[in-house]
Design a protein around this ligand. Structure first.
Ligand SMILES: [Zn+2]
Ligand SMILES: [Zn+2]
Length: 139
């Protein structure tokens, strides 16, 4: 038994197809697309919104560039994917985005489920509490 949910893509705001992967994006994506709602994107948007190069013609990073995760060679938008995976896996890893983007019923259920790992429960409860104490989101 589980709780069904759909995630709205942080970029196109459409439901991410259940058959497709979800991609978690880093701070450089948020800097370039300040209207991003959460950080979980559909496969289509990481192509449509991606960029080919993080550097200017002189070879320096563009102004304000936020470094890619340490294990990535920092060249283009693909360097700035934090993780790729299933809907369930990614909302558990990135619960703040999950709560914003439509997975709240699932995350609340997982937070109270006896089979959920203790560290995951802690992470989920922290995110749920933070969400509860932040001002209402008006988007
Ligand atoms: Zn999208
Ligand atoms: Zn970069």
């Amino acid at each position: 038994m589980s709780v069904a949910f759909r995630i709205r893509c942080c970029l196109c705001r459409k439901n991410i197809p259940l058959a497709g992967d979800v991609i978690a994006l880093d701070g450089e994506w948020q800097r370039r697309y300040p209207d991003m709602y959460g950080t979980l994107a559909c496969e289509r948007c990481v192509i449509d919104y991606g960029w080919a190069c993080c550097a200017t013609a002189t070879g320096a990073f563009v102004d304000g560039h936020i470094a890619a995760p340490e294990d990535q060679v920092d060249v283009d938008s693909w360097s700035h994917h934090l993780e790729r995976g299933t809907h369930r896996a990614l909302v558990l890893t990135y619960p703040r985005s999950g709560l914003l983007q439509g997975a709240e019923p699932y995350l609340r259920w997982r937070a109270g489920h006896k089979d959920t790992d203790a560290d995951v429960v802690t992470r989920l409860r922290t995110a749920i509490q933070e969400q509860g104490s932040s001002p209402a989101i008006t988007t």
